[in-house]
Design a protein around this ligand. Structure first.
Ligand code: PSU
Ligand code: MN
Length: 305
C-alpha cells in the first residue's frame, strides 16, 4: 500500500498513480552532485520531457525543505540545480533530512525508497553505485546494492559507473539476489562504454519481457528490485581504453586529496569531466536520456499488464 502521508506527490503524479497510468521515477543526486550547472538543469528538464513524450508521467524525487517530494515543478528543479549545499541522501539519512527540514537530493537507494512508498515501480538513472575499487581496504560499497536487494523497483541504468570494481559489483548483486539484465546486450554495460567486458547474467530484448519478469518475481513472493543495464547509444560511447586513463587519473587525485565517503563518487565524476574536457558529460546526458526512454516503455508495459 502506498504510504501517502510520508510524502507529497505532485498533482500530475498523484493523478497518474490513482488512474493506474505509467509513472517513471527520476533521481536528483545526478542534478546536485552528478553534473555541473547549467547542464544539470537542462538534462533534468529534458529527461522529464522524454518520459512524457514516451507516454509516462515523470516523477523527479527530492527532499525540499524537509518534505519528501515525488514529482517536482520546473521551478523546483531550477532551485535544486542551483543549490550548492544540498545533502546527498541515501537510506541512512533520508529521514534525517525530513526531520531536520533540510533540502537534499536522492541517490538511487533513496529514490527507490520514495518511489516504492509512492507506488512507482520503475526508475531511470544514469549508473548505480557499487563496490569501489580497493573496497577490500576501504569497505566502500554503495548502499544502492542493498536497496536493490530489498525494495521492489525496476532500476534502469547504463550499468554501474566504470569508476567502480564492476566484477565485484556483479558478485555482490548476485549474492544479494538482485537480477541483472542486459537490455538487448549479452554484456553488462560500463556507463560511458557499452561493455564492461563482463557478461550480463541475464538478457532481455524488450520492455514487455522485463515487465513480465518482474511480475513473475512478485507472484513467487521474491521481494526486491531489478537492475537493467542499458548500454549507452553507440554514437555517444567513450571506448573503455580512453575512459580508463581518465578514471585512473581521477582515482589517484582522489587518493591524494584524501576524499572519503559520500564525496568519492561526485569528486570522481567531476575530475573525469575536467580531464575529458566535457566529453564524459555528453555521454552521461545521452545515457540518462536513453534510460528514461526505456523506463517509460517498461512502465507502459507494466500498466498494460
Ligand atoms: N548516476 C549518474 N550520476 C550520479 C549518480 C548516478 O549518472 O551522480 C549518483 C546516484 O545517485 C548514485 C550515487 O546512487 O551516484 C552513488 O553514490 P555512492 O557511490 O556514494 O553510493
Ligand atoms: Mn560510498
Amino acid at each position: 500500500m502506498p504510504n501517502h502521508s510520508a510524502l507529497v506527490a505532485s498533482r500530475a503524479v498523484a493523478d497518474a498513480l490513482a488512474d493506474g497510468r505509467p509513472v517513471v521515477a527520476l533521481e536528483s543526486t545526478i542534478i546536485t552532485h552528478g553534473m555541473p550547472y547549467p547542464q544539470n538543469l537542462q538534462t533534468a528538464l529534458r529527461v522529464e520531457a522524454i518520459v512524457s513524450a514516451a507516454g509516462a508521467v515523470p516523477a523527479t524525487i527530492a527532499v525540499v525543505d524537509g518534505i519528501l517530494r515525488v514529482g517536482l515543478e520546473p521551478a523546483d528543479l531550477e532551485r535544486l540545480a542551483g543549490t550548492r549545499d544540498a545533502m546527498k541522501l541515501s537510506r541512512a539519512d533520508l529521514a534525517f533530512a525530513v526531520s531536520a527540514g533540510r533540502t537534499g537530493s536522492t541517490t538511487v537507494a533513496a529514490t527507490m525508497i520514495a518511489a516504492d512508498l509512492a507506488g512507482i515501480k520503475v526508475f531511470a538513472t544514469g549508473g548505480i553505485g557499487g563496490v569501489h575499487r580497493g573496497a577490500a581496504e576501504s569497505f566502500d560499497v554503495s548502499a544502492d546494492l542493498e536497496e536493490l536487494a530489498r525494495t521492489p523497483v525496476i532500476v534502469v541504468s547504463a550499468g554501474a559507473k566504470a569508476i567502480l570494481d564492476l566484477q565485484k559489483t556483479l558478485e555482490a548483486l548476485e549474492t544479494k539476489g538482485v537480477p541483472v539484465v542486459g537490455y538487448g546486450s549479452a554484456d553488462f554495460p560500463a556507463f560511458w562504454s557499452r561493455s564492461s567486458g563482463h557478461a550480463a547474467p541475464l538478457r532481455l530484448d524488450n520492455a514487455a519481457a522485463i515487465a513480465a519478469f518482474q511480475r513473475a518475481r512478485e507472484r513467487l513472493g521474491i521481494v526486491g528490485g531489478m537492475l537493467i543495464g542499458n548500454p549507452v547509444p553507440a554514437e555517444f560511447e567513450i571506448p573503455a581504453a580512453v575512459i580508463e586513463a581518465w578514471i585512473n587519473a581521477a582515482l589517484s587525485d582522489a587518493a591524494a586529496a584524501g576524499i572519503l565517503g559520500k564525496a568519492v563518487t561526485p569528486f570522481l565524476l567531476q575530475r573525469i569531466f575536467e580531464l575529458s574536457a566535457g566529453r564524459s558529460l555528453d555521454t552521461n546526458v545521452a545515457l540518462v536520456e536513453s534510460n528514461a526512454r526505456l523506463a517509460a516503455a517498461i512502465a507502459r508495459a507494466l500498466a498494460a499488464g
